[in-house]
Design a binder for this molecule. Structure first.
Ligand code: NAD
Ligand code: IPM
Ligand code: MN
Length: 348
């Protein structure tokens, strides 16, 4: 029997609940489709930080390197540990260390889910650059606390980094409806975003079958609300992709529906799978977090590991549950109810 070695990082808040729900579903899929998941759970979280002074051990990245994939719930508990410490101590270094440059985030309405828009029938794949750009970590503060204080946050865009994410976007578009929209702010940001536009035009020459649109981030926000069905693949920088994918989640019916995969396409290092949402301190410990985004992210992990049939069966099971109204309205079903409904549909 095939076995896949998975590192589990449940993290904080609802990350723990949705990881538990996801593993129940993935293990059930393994039993049905003849594979097993050999998991090791790492307690790396804000609580771990308060106990040890670090979000993960010094050799954390080296430990993770030996796994086939990483599954992460959510990280962050801003009441006790600043986000700038927790996220820069765990999630962001993993994405960078393993060159998980392609963050794939699908947005579509699941059966039975009523989104907030009149528009229906959209099916968007957001490809977010995941290792550089506005998240480079470069910058600093001078004259701290004084009237002349200055803070900088430097967005770093490399030719290698931009080219590979644009090319990844085109490859995805070729497997879909062959339309790609590149999102920038090249009317205001005259270096990085003009460069991004140029690289997009160069790479586009390799994909004559794909139609390309260039949009500014502000206009794209409006379009995602007004005419999302016009969109197919979106390629965006790290920060713009982050913002657009919470908007994408909203038009899907909420953050409980938005899945995400941090893929390393080139270097043989592990990819990481996690829902788009965070640790949701406002609903943590209440058994009302929607685990669908997390379970869907787990299905993306199985697909990445070659368990294509199991991944498709989980998606079908999720939609069988939502089609019956389970998990479609915030707070109406518990985390447990939704997990059970997905499990029942998977085993039916
Ligand atoms: P959030 O995504 O945690 O929550 C935003 C809102 O969406 C909240 O009202 C929350 O209750 C709701 N929500 C989120 N997931 C839900 C689900 N599965 N079911 C039902 N409702 C859900 O964003 P936030 O409040 O800005 O962040 C909270 C913490 O999580 C912060 O520390 C933040 O930095 C962190 N964060 C981590 C990740 C990650 O680990 N990938 C992602 C985003 C935010
Ligand atoms: C996400 C999150 C992270 C990001 C935060 C928590 C650093 O919002 O995965 O969307 O901005 O990448
Ligand atoms: Mn985000």
């Amino acid at each position: 029997m095939t076995s896949h070695k998975i590192a589990l990082i449940p993290g904080d808040g609802i990350g723990v609940d949705v990881t538990d729900a996801t593993m129940q579903v993935l293990n059930a899929a393994g039993a049905r489709f003849g594979f097993s998941l050999e998991t090791e759970t790492f307690p790396w979280s804000c609580e771990y930080y308060l106990e040890t002074g670090a979000m993960m051990p010094a050799d954390g990245i080296e430990t993770l390197r030996t796994f086939d994939s990483i599954y992460l719930g959510a990280v962050g508990w801003p009441d006790t540990v600043p986000d700038s410490v927790s996220l820069h101590g765990l999630l962001l270094p993993i994405r960078k260390a393993f060159t998980q440059y392609a963050n794939i985030r699908p947005h579509r309405l699941l059966a039975g889910v009523e989104g907030p828009l009149k528009a229906e029938g959209f099916d968007i794949l957001c490809i977010r650059e995941n290792t550089e750009g506005e998240y480079s970590g470069a910058g600093g503060r001078v004259h701290m606390g004084q009237d002349n204080e200055v803070a900088t946050e430097v967005a770093v865009f490399t030719r290698k980094g931009v080219e590979r994410i644009i090319r990844f976007g085109f490859e995805q578009a070729m497997q879909r409806r062959k339309h790609l929209t590149s999102v920038t702010k090249s009317n205001a940001q005259k270096y990085s975003m003009v460069f991004w536009d140029e690289v997009t035009r160069e790479v586009a020459k390799e994909y004559p079958e794909v139609t390309v649109s260039h949009m500014h981030i502000d206009a794209m926000c409006a379009k995602m609300v007004m005419n999302p069905a016009d969109l197919d693949v979106i390629v965006a920088s790290n920060l713009f992709g982050d913002i657009l994918t919470d908007l994408g989640a909203a038009i899907q019916g909420g953050l409980g529906f938005a899945a995400s995969a941090n893929i390393c396409p080139d270097e043989g290092t592990p990819s990481m799978f996690e829902p788009v949402h965070g640790s949701a301190p406002d609903i943590a410990g209440k058994n009302i977090a929607n685990p669908i985004a997390a379970i869907w992210s787990g299905a993306m992990m199985l697909e990445h590991l070659g368990e294509t049939e199991a991944a498709a069966a989980i998606l079908t099971a999720i939609e069988a549950a939502t089609a019956q109204g389970v998990g479609t309205r915030p707070g109406a079903s518990t985390t447990e109810d939704i997990t059970k409904a997905v499990l029942a549909a998977l085993e039916a």
